[in-house]
Design a protein around this ligand. Sequence first.
Ligand code: G3H
Ligand code: 13P
Ligand code: NA
Ligand code: ZN
Length: 328
Amino acid sequence: ALISMRQMLDHAAEYGYGIPAFNVNNLEQMRAIMEAADVTDSPVIVQASAGARKYAGAPFLRHLILAAVEEFPHIPVVMHQDHGTSPAVCQRSIQLGFSSVMMDGSLGEDGKTPTDYAYNVDVTRRAVDMAHACGVSVEGELGCLGSLETGMAGEEDGIGAEGKLGMEQLLTDPEEAAEFVKATHVDALAIAIGTSHGAYKFTQPPTGDTLSIQRIKEIHARIPDTHLVMHGSSSVPQEWLDVINQHGGQIPETYGVPVEEIVEGIKHGVRKVNIDTDLRLASTGAVRRFLSENPSEFDPRKFLKETVSAMRELCIARYEAFGTAGNA
Ligand code: G3H
Ligand code: 13P
Ligand code: NA
Ligand code: ZN
């Protein structure tokens, strides 16, 4: 059944687990996520980005998610709109039947320019008024996503600040977070604690302090009833980088957020964990490997099936690590 994000995250908070929110663009991702949720008995958050709407078209995405709900009626599903850049974008998603929207007022409508606090409060409050009147949940964002190592927002999608960010932007301020939640009534808050979008988060192997766990604790202590969201939470599996590079790919050395650090965040109030890049890497690796090992195959179902199983295994691993398994 389709449920609101508030409902799903309230359960996660009560029982102390986290939920991966996977981005969807196509049938194979949707199927991988649902099959993984089915075998692990996990609730599902799927999210559609502006890029996904551009790729598949909003009606196709909507029906893809509704088809998943129809085929797996026993699994609770949140249909979430990722990174809305204005209340108008959120309004269209609400009309389309999304049960949750993100109003990302930390950046302007171009998805690139950091905004001021007053602007963020204004657009977020407007989105919340609209969404709550329709029983739809809202995720806001305060602070700018960016790597604590490089100060950069990350490169691989349309959402991210341009140029190098300062430390005060890279870590969400706990007092400001409390004010923001009071002023906007968001259900969930995306915080800046050292992650960035895309595959190029860190240039050095992780040494255990990729995230500012300290900052997560401080924010959670200040707003214990607000569900915290971590964007840019792909772990960038080295095994998949190797598969890609062993079969004709050329991805330079790069590192993501270790799963153990995410698990630590979940102990301190993180409930929604956004993952897109890891599914992209797994499916690209699966396609490259299959086609290079089976050069005479040309039926796309053969290599697309490989992407489904690669992504399904990754989803299963996250559902198990985050404690999502067993909670559907
Ligand atoms: O917001 C970040 C996601 O990775 C979406 O990326 O806009 O390329 O689909 P996308
Ligand atoms: P990754 O690029 O780390 O997968 O993050 C995705 C994300 O935050 C989508 O909103
Ligand atoms: Na989001
Ligand atoms: Zn994001």
